[in-house]
Ligand binder design. Structure first.
Ligand code: FMN
Length: 198
């Protein structure tokens, strides 16, 4: 069992999402391994014109410079395909995902590698592995709460992962972190249940 653990909090110390996702990843891995991709420590760069050009250049026609531009994208995509399951730590930033997680999505949503066009629209290629998202937030916006419409993190992340073929996605919420530890304890209980069920 190989678990890809993706963290996106810029807080390298004391990050609640990183700690909770680590717990889940190690529980799921058992005797297997956890591959860590820390986007908070090393945020992927924003896409630039050269990188986008390289995305859309057929492999056989790419220049050395274009291949260099694609190196990180290739590495991130290879990690996705090598994983049996994926755990994502996603703190809410300004009602959505952290910017490092957005640049990761921009680097991995790639034509010919993680999706391909078909007559019926784009088809995702990273299939058959579950994704567990641990999301922390200072406020309370989870399913069934009055301010759920302000949660742009869950619907956006779900759609973006669906786009590259990931359909089996579950969310664990640690809410109200600004007000105390209750949300974190509730998330811990959920993590134990998910780990037991796996
Ligand atoms: C830049 C920034 C933006 C944030 N935006 C929101 C927000 O829109 N809604 C919210 O409830 N909490 C927001 N928070 C609070 C974090 O979601 C909360 O502190 C969370 O527990 C952070 O997780 P971490 O400890 O893993 O970094 C924000 C925090 C930061 C640093």
């Amino acid at each position: 069992m190989s678990i890809l653990l993706i963290s996106s909090s810029p807080n390298l110390e004391g990050s609640s999402s990183r700690a909770l996702a680590q717990e889940l990843a190690h529980s799921l891995a058992g005797d297997g391994r956890v591959v860590v991709r820390d986007l908070g420590a090393n945020p992927p760069p924003h896409l630039d014109q050269e990188t986008i050009g390289a995305f859309y250049t057929p492999e056989a026609e790419r220049t050395v410079e274009q291949n260099q531009k694609l190196a990180l994208s290739n590495e991130l995509i290879d990690e996705l395909f090598a994983a049996d399951a994926i755990v994502i730590a996603a703190p809410m930033h300004n009602f959505g995902i952290a910017s490092s997680l957005k640049t990761w999505i921009d680097q991995v949503a790639r034509i010919g590698r993680t999706f391909e066009p078909t007559g019926q629209g784009p088809k995702g290629l990273v299939t058959d592995r579950p994704v567990h998202v641990v999301t922390t937030r200072g406020g309370v916006y989870g399913p069934g709460t009055p301010f759920n419409h302000l949660d742009h993190l869950e619907p956006y992340l779900r759609r973006a992962l669906n786009f590259i073929g990931l359909e089996d996605i579950s969310f664990i919420y640690a809410e109200g972190t600004a007000k105390g530890d209750d949300g974190i304890q509730a998330a811990r209980a959920q993590i134990s249940q998910v780990a037991e069920a796996a």
